[in-house]
Ligand binder design. Structure first.
Ligand SMILES: CC(C)(COP(=O)([O-])OP(=O)([O-])OC[C@H]1O[C@@H](n2cnc3c(N)ncnc32)[C@H](O)[C@@H]1OP(=O)([O-])[O-])[C@@H](O)C(=O)NCCC(=O)NCCSC(=O)C[C@@](C)(O)CC(=O)[O-]
Length: 388
């Protein structure tokens, strides 16, 4: 039984996660140096995961040329970002806009990055087929990317033999990391719409993806969508259910839980309650990322609640691009420019160039014919025009 376990067991279960995940978490001193990329960020440093090229573009009806997507990723890679979600190996008939993700991955592997640090590029995979589609490209360029040490013994006891890709003791600067992302959801209705199956089946499929990716030395992010509100079941999503699903994903070997406020219904109290439920389940802050959509204008409020709780990884999208094809009415992710401006006002460091990001926001929204949804981005570009 994967979920809906009695609450009373949760404390022990939390302890179990810590023991089981000892070798898999970023904070463990025994892990390979190359895991530094996963840096559990603390104090005043915040990691921004730019999701514009995937979550930002997946919902666009008009086909966006592969060259524009690659141009976007290359521009983003020069801003100081260390993490970019670049595409999605899902069924093209479900999300046509992501059909050229193989071309994006191949481009990333073929061209060395100009960035100062290795960049981690993540790709969604809903099932073993998605992972295999990504792996078939990775196998063509086995030395073109940094990997983490593979773990012969998975947390669930299955053994996997390592697959191609070098095992870098110290990461090569000009080689990217490639990560896979699975995407569970907190409600049955959303899971049916998004993945055409129930939660339990989706988790079984994700287990294949997680074990396969880890065996190949790839880091794995695990989304839990609609964690703070569901378009079909409403805003009262049970935080304990989210924590249970997170626990299952971590036990399968996922490196990070990405909490998705897909509908933007999250509020300061519901965000706080959810993070408390995660804590009660023994899930550490450094294994959590927050992914806010700004549909109700609460994303920055929820960001500060998360910062106060100790979370230091946040997803955002340049120009506020985005929306989920299976979440009617949901608008974009919180804009990267707004998050950067906000974090800077708090004295927090991201290493990302806000001015460069504002330029990219203006450019990409112009390219795809959408209004720029970033207030900070528009203000910066307006001020720049006035001072010319
Ligand atoms: C999971 C499935 C595939 C099930 O879809 P299905 O139709 O139930 O699956 P199927 O196994 O019957 O396969 C149907 C067809 O798709 C093919 N297929 C099967 N798998 C793949 C694959 N990986 N890549 C390419 N093709 C694939 C398969 O071969 C078959 O092809 P056909 O025989 O009809 O020609 C489908 O539901 C799917 O792709 N869903 C993805 C939905 C999606 O991408 N949603 C958006 C992302 S989630 C999100 O946005 C939220 C998030 C993460 O951003 C967080 C937040 O915002 O809060």
């Amino acid at each position: 039984m994967l979920f809906l376990r009695p609450l009373v067991k949760r404390g022990c279960r939390g302890l179990r996660i810590r023991q089981i995940r000892g070798l898999a978490t970023a904070a463990d001193p025994t892990v390979n140096q190359s895991r530094e990329h996963t840096h559990h960020t603390t104090g005043d440093h915040v990691k921004i995961v730019e999701v514009g090229p995937r979550d930002g573009l997946q919902n666009e009806k008009k086909t966006i040329p592969l060259a524009t997507k690659i141009d976007l990723i290359e521009r983003l890679a020069k801003t100081g970002l260390t993490d970019i979600e670049a595409g999605s190996f899902v069924a093209p008939k479900w999300v046509p806009q992501m059909a050229d993700s193989d071309g994006i991955l191949e481009h990333i592997l073929k061209l060395p990055s100009e960035s100062q640090k290795p960049i981690a590029y993540s790709f969604l995979a809903p099932n073993a087929r998605g992972l295999e589609n990504a792996m078939s490209i990775l196998r063509k360029y086995p030395t073109a990317f940094n990997t983490f040490e593979s773990q012969p013994q998975s947390p669930l006891g299955s053994t996997q033999s390592p697959t191609p890709g070098e095992t870098a003791k110290s990461p090569a600067q000009n080689k990217p990391y490639i990560e896979m992302s699975v995407f569970a959801a907190a409600t049955e209705s959303f899971t049916q719409k998004n993945l055409n199956c129930d939660i339990e089946t989706s988790l079984l499929r994700f287990k294949d993806v997680i074990l396969g990716a880890k065996a190949a030395g790839l880091r794995v992010r695990a989304y839990i969508s609609v964690a703070l509100g569901c378009p079909f079941e409403g805003r009262d999503v049970d935080p304990r259910r989210v924590a249970e699903i997170a626990t299952d994903l971590l036990e399968m070997g996922a490196d990070e839980i990405d909490i998705g406020d897909t509908t933007g219904m999250g509020t300061a109290p519901s965000t706080r309650n959810l993070l408390k439920a995660m804590q009660a389940a023994g899930i550490r802050n450094e294994d959590i990322a927050m992914h806010f959509h700004d549909t109700y204008g609460q994303a920055l409020v929820n960001t500060i609640v998360s910062l106060e709780h100790g979370i230091r990884t946040f997803d955002s999208s340049v120009g506020g691009l985005g929306g989920c094809p299976y979440s009617p009415g949901a608008t974009g992710n919180v804009a990267t420019e707004d998050v950067l401006y906000f974090l800077d006002s708090l004295g927090m460091k991201t290493g990302v160039d806000l001015d460069a990001m504002a330029e990219i926001g203006e450019w990409i929204t112009g390219e795809i014919g959408k209004p720029n949804a970033s207030s900070a981005g528009k203000a910066i570009m307006g001020r720049r025009r006035r001072s010319l």
